[in-house]
Write a protein that binds this ligand. Structure first.
Ligand code: ZN
Length: 292
């Protein structure tokens, strides 16, 4: 297992972690500068953040700083009430793949979607099996294009508490079943983004990480699970402040062959978004060395 205690060479920052400080949106170009000042070598930005600054401008800034991506957030949200909606989702994923390519991302992260409309408070239908079928078809169609341009897709299984509104793929096992069905040759073009916040509780986690292997493990996201958790979406903990055995899980992913970045992804309305971004980044660096 790699020794992270001496440096932060393998730290990446998911830019949601420092985007809403004190309730104000921090522009991505500012976040990139803050990361560069600290010798952080990789980030994972969100599409809306990139769009707000400008895709080409972000690409140039990253290149100037020598900062790479550990992933691009995000594609997915495939289910829809009708054919028009399904087609619109595929078109949007195609654009996301193109953007990921421009930014030289190692993968496009997929939050696959669930019951259409649920995120806005009213599900258009309640058949989760239908949603899963639409997700499968959406990934299959997107994978064709992803292969054409050479952009791997990383399915992110979300905690079952988000099965209705954000993702109806909820375990690593389920994500890998989809991978094996759609990419039986294990070509490296379809895999998973393993986010410990969503999967740490899973009794099959170690077994399924071993099953995934290097080819399927495309991204690794870290934070911590707080007790109590006060908000299901936006109360993620800083590494070391919760109950997740981070080093043990990293040992499993590295034993499976993963040798990429540990990407810190913390949505924290109540705590870390109430602090200055620089303090948050400095804490991420320190905890990456101590706890990840
Ligand atoms: Zn994640």
């Amino acid at each position: 297992m790699r020794d992270f205690s001496q440096n932060h060479d393998w730290l990446s920052i998911n830019t949601a972690t420092v985007r809403k400080q004190h309730g104000t949106e921090v522009p991505l170009d500012r976040i990139i500068d803050q990361c560069a000042e600290r010798g952080i070598r990789a980030i994972s930005p969100w599409r809306d953040q990139v769009a707000a600054v400008g895709l080409d401008k972000v690409a140039r800034q990253l290149k100037a700083h020598g900062i790479g991506l550990s992933g691009y957030c995000r594609g997915g949200f495939f289910p829809a009430p009708d054919a028009v909606g399904l087609k619109a989702a595929l078109d949007d994923n195609r654009r996301a793949i193109d953007e990921a390519k421009t930014l030289n991302a190692p993968c496009l992260v997929l939050v696959v979607g669930a019951l259409p409309g649920a995120l806005d408070g009213k599900a258009v239908y309640t058949d989760i099996a239908r949603a899963r079928s639409e997700v499968r078809d959406g990934i299959a169609a997107s994978l064709d294009y992803a292969r054409e341009v050479g952009m791997p897709l990383a399915i992110e299984p979300l905690h079952p508490m988000q099965a209705a509104d954000r993702a109806c793929i909820n375990t690593l096992e389920h994500a890998l079943d989809v991978c094996d069905e759609l990419d039986p040759g294990n070509t490296g073009m379809l895999g998973v983004a393993l986010d410990i916040y969503h999967v740490w509780w899973d009794p099959k986690l170690q077994q399924q990480i071993a099953r995934a292997g290097k080819e399927r493990l495309l991204a690794y996201h870290v934070c911590d699970w707080l007790t109590p958790t006060r908000d299901l979406l936006s109360d993620r903990g800083m590494m070391g402040d919760g109950v997740v055995e981070l080093k043990k899980i990293r040992g499993w992913v590295e034993a499976a062959g993963f040798d990429g970045f540990s990407e810190v992804e913390i949505f924290s309305v109540l705590d870390w978004w109430q602090r200055d971004g620089g303090e948050v980044l400095d804490t991420c660096i320190a905890r990456h060395r101590q706890c990840v």
